[in-house]
Design a protein around this ligand. Sequence first.
Ligand SMILES: Nc1ncnc2c1ncn2[C@@H]1O[C@H](COP(=O)(O)OP(=O)(O)OP(=O)(O)O)[C@@H](O)[C@H]1O
Length: 864
Amino acid sequence: MSDATKMGTDNPTYEDDGAFAPPGILPVSSSKLPGWDRDFVQIGMSESEAPKKNAVVVRSAYKQYKTRQGTNVVLHNFNMTVKEGTIYSLLGSSGCGKTTILSCCVGVKALDSGHVLINGAEPGTRASGVPGKHVGYMPQDIALYGEFSIREVLQYYGRMYGMSSSTVAKNMDFLIAFLALPKPDRRIDSLSGGQKRRVSFAVALIHSPKLLILDEPTVGVDPLLRQSIWNHLVKLVSTGKTTVIITTHYIEEARQSHTIGLMRGGRLLAEDSPELLLKQHNATLLEDIVLKLCLQDNCDEDNESSSDSTTTDGSSVPTITLPLPKKSRWKKISEKERHSAMNAFNLSPEKEGSTCSSTSNNDGSVAQSDVVINNNSTEKLDPTCPEQVVGLAYTKVENGAEGKADPLQPCFDRGYLSDCSDSNDSSASAAMRRKLALEYSHEENSMKTNLKNSVKDSFNRIYAMSHKNIVILLRNILLLLFMVFVPASQIVVICLAIGQDPRGLHFGVVNKDIANSLNNCVVPSGCLTTDNFTGSVSCLFLDYLKKHDILDLKIYESEADAVESVKQATDWGYMVFPENYTLHMRERAIFGIHAEPAVIYGSRIKFRLDQSNLQIYRENAKLFFKTFHEFTKNVSEECGVDPVQTDLPLYFDTPVYGDESINFTDFLAPSVLLAILFFFPLCGSSIAYISEKRAGNLARILVAGVQTWEVMLAYLLVHLVVLIFQTALSFIIMVSVFNIQIIGPVLWAVALALLVGISGMSMGFVLATFCEEEIQAVLLAMGTFFPNFLLAGMVWPTQGMPVYLQYISYFLPCTLACEAMRSIVSRGVDFMHPVVWPGFASTFAWIILYWTLTVIIHRMSSKK
Ligand SMILES: Nc1ncnc2c1ncn2[C@@H]1O[C@H](COP(=O)(O)OP(=O)(O)OP(=O)(O)O)[C@@H](O)[C@H]1O
């Protein structure tokens, strides 16, 4: 970034009394000119001579929207000058860009190039007072909370501005009477459109702002009330401290304003007092002037040559060429605009050319090098040089760096205060430096006070929004109950449906060991190797199987019948006991490893299973191994043989972590809980944020000075309580109803679940910043749910994934948290365990990332 660009972002200066003075203009004695109205007063001008200062100045504004159909240029070379203590009416046909320019004035949108200055500073800077309590903004949308009553909505904004309850009540009483509002207890969503607009108007007025920006406040208002609204506005501005910018489609009501700005196609066709306009155009109705100028503008558009701009009287004027900050597009600026820009800062065009260092081309255009500031140059800037002043407003500097520079700041930074004023007077210069030093020390003190005030303001706003969030939640009690109970109910469903052993599985038996059916089976007792052993060993095995109550056994006469029943999906498989199974088993028991191969083969049971359902296949296979183990153990003990001798030469000692009772539910429930606690807050926060955005409430509170992070914090504070209930209920159900053991410290498990919930909430904010509608956010959330759920190792170990996916999985928001949760629940370890603390740390890092992204994306999208 070039120096000039940097300079443009520097702060304004402050006088002894802490009042604002814009950089680049020599401040005059504070005793002479109190407040910021000295800002644009030229040196040597007495107070009585001082014209009204400019409250809002727009110069060469350019704004375009990119749509699917292409680029829509909405503001083009738009200029506007609003004097303090006046009413400025912006008139123009629908779609000509009125709302857009107002949005740029309040900082909701940003220009692509050109300047908006409020109180001499760009919106968004402290000196401009916008956004903040100095501005009252009534957007075109209703932008009110439907759940609130009229009283509550006014109290909400009163709180937001840090007003005392008594002042809010006083102002509210006045506004309710003045705007003929319904009873203050009436809910906003029960009001008519016109009533809502009046409430919205009252909101803009509640804190008696110095600058009122009203987008069509009189729509849907009866003529009588319209008149009283205008009377009130006239009264407000009569104090000289309130400034009003208003848009209206009722052209004649604008007669009561001090200045009318007539817009067309993103440009200002005329800007003057109604009286002068009527006189100039020899008209009796403003409507006639509007019509005349529009017709004239149509002709001019037809005649206009590509290189010339058109003045308000329709004549073509030579243009100077200035580089635009964006994409090196070149933009024409007319002489009139140049003069207008100078006038805005009270720089006399008469001085033009006297000390000007820039050169003009023959055609009246100024070469690019003349208006682009070379920061390495020692050349002094002269504020009386119009090309420089105007050029600075579009400063684009080396290396193609782009930036909107404060038109006057560079002069200040380059020593104008000491050098430009009087370069020969070194004592004056030294005095000025001392004065500057003094100003900086004052600035330091005022910074401390400002910090304290901004903390207090921030607290007021967060308090107001948290209160609003509580009221909205309590007014939507069904939604609240849904939010509290849904995660717990999901846990119930999951614990009931997943992880239990399957029951009543149909299974075929072909028993060639005995001729009889299953019911005729005689379960033997006693030792297998004794001579008096009676009964069938196959029946003994079947008896063990039945005890597990998993299989519903069915006898088939032939294997072909059993296969057919599996093919027909009647059975999940079948087993075959070979002929003489009992005999072979006895011989095998007697002869052990010396038994004949035929005996060994003849003592095996054959299983054929339906493997189409892997889970059932595995459950069955596990059951058969388990039953066989019990069976051999029992048979050995009956014969007085140590069961180890007949068992497989493998054994599993007690587990290091967990025990045999753990089933799939124990494995799944904690991770599913995390997934639910991530997903629901995600949807909740994105829907809430988008609703605020769509209703226009977000823009309104941002103009009131709210920061994006404050909106998020206020939401978080309230919804954290809901999250605590959701988490507590889910844990209680898991533990007390489904006996899922939490072996480790429960508090750590709960803390991790809450942190994951906050992480989900925070991700919801990110989605909300670039989604226009709730449904988009929900669809996106659903799109992220499964990858997050599946890749985070919630249902299947990450070790089972391809290696590259394992790496990806570790960068997902729930993976490490899920491992940490399992470790707390099943391993019984605490925070310091090497698997647990990374779960906390990564979740925390994700939260920070989400918040940063939200703030950045929000800033970027507001510049569109
Ligand atoms: N976010 C946006 N994206 C694309 N185009 C937009 C956007 N906002 C406004 N526009 C277009 O910009 C133009 C100017 O809109 P704007 O709302 O400023 O007009 P307006 O003069 O206030 O109109 P009205 O009097 O009907 O309120 C319109 O053509 C509008 O369709």
